[in-house]
Design a protein around this ligand. Sequence first.
Ligand code: 0X9
Ligand code: ZN
Length: 264
Amino acid sequence: ASYYEQYHSLNEIYSWMEEITEMNADLLQKIYIGSSFEKRPLYILKVQTPKSAIWIDCGIHAREWIAPAFCLWFIGHNRLWRKSRSKHGNNRCIGTDMNRNFDAGWCGKGASHNDCHEIYCGPYPESEPEVKAVAHFLQKHKDHIKAYITIHSYSQMVLFPYSYTTNKSKDHDELLSVANKVVLAIRKTTQKMYESGPGAQTIYLAPGGSDDWAYDLGIKYSFTFELRDRGTHGFLLPPNLIKPTCIEALSGIKTIALHVINNI
Ligand code: 0X9
Ligand code: ZN
């Protein structure tokens, strides 16, 4: 059960208030409004609104535990959030898909100019500070960096360029053979089946991705790992599957590292 599907002590709720306001400083404000008979601080969480407000309190009656659980859940994060947290110009919605924001076939088919979509490419390439920082670092160190590996979930795949076009890259045959070796290593490690292939053919057309950008920069061994599972739990992979998933991913990374060592 997630944090929001459990009851919490007052101290836990105080810590949660601290953390969630810190992590969402642009949206949330913790305001002290007095103290209880037992001298415990009373806080409200103010969700930023331009003008009028709605007051919600939960737990005036102590034994009604579901009430504070609702207040936490109401404020709580969207567990399935995908994008960055940026707001551009007069956009209506928050966030850019950072794997559509790299300067590699930027915002072609498989991305969206609509800021409310999950695959919004942003107003221009590298509009996201996170993307810009990664791109700058890779650019600066490209002669040293022999492989680029980006870890995602889910669907159990080992992908390589291109994803912004269905054309084969000039290293297609070698990258396919490396990806196939990764799949074999994973199967030997945990018996899990992964699929390999170029992004556009294997998953879908998706321009502006970091793997394609790194590849076009000259980092030949560029891969996207889509880890477990294949849809049973999807993005909500249970904690007991963290270890086996990491072990198989590591075996895949070692396979790439070995290939790189033997081919530079
Ligand atoms: O759509 C994506 O960005 C990735 N799949 S996910 O479900 N993790 O969102 C696939 C990325 C493949 N590579 C590129 N599109 N460049
Ligand atoms: Zn992803």
